[in-house]
Design a protein around this ligand. Sequence first.
Ligand code: ZN
Length: 87
Amino acid sequence: METGKEEIHDSQFNMSGYCFVIGSCVACGVPLNFNPNRVPSIRVNGEREPLCRGCFAQWNTIHRTSKGLEPIALDPQAYSPEPEEAV
Ligand SMILES: [Zn+2]
């Protein structure tokens, strides 16, 4: 068995060239990978906090469709990595 330095080989953290944030939904707390530029978010204490798909759909129902407004469209890339050059 080798001792000393260990390298972590985890495909989740080996995505050079992409910007991808790992966090959790501010509303329900579900773990979430998201694109910080495209994910739907709400402001909490001045900070933009991400919403998961389910909570975003609920937000749309509460704030949009229940008032007769068109729902806000979810960006198709909201939960996908962003190529680095677009960040
Ligand atoms: Zn949620």
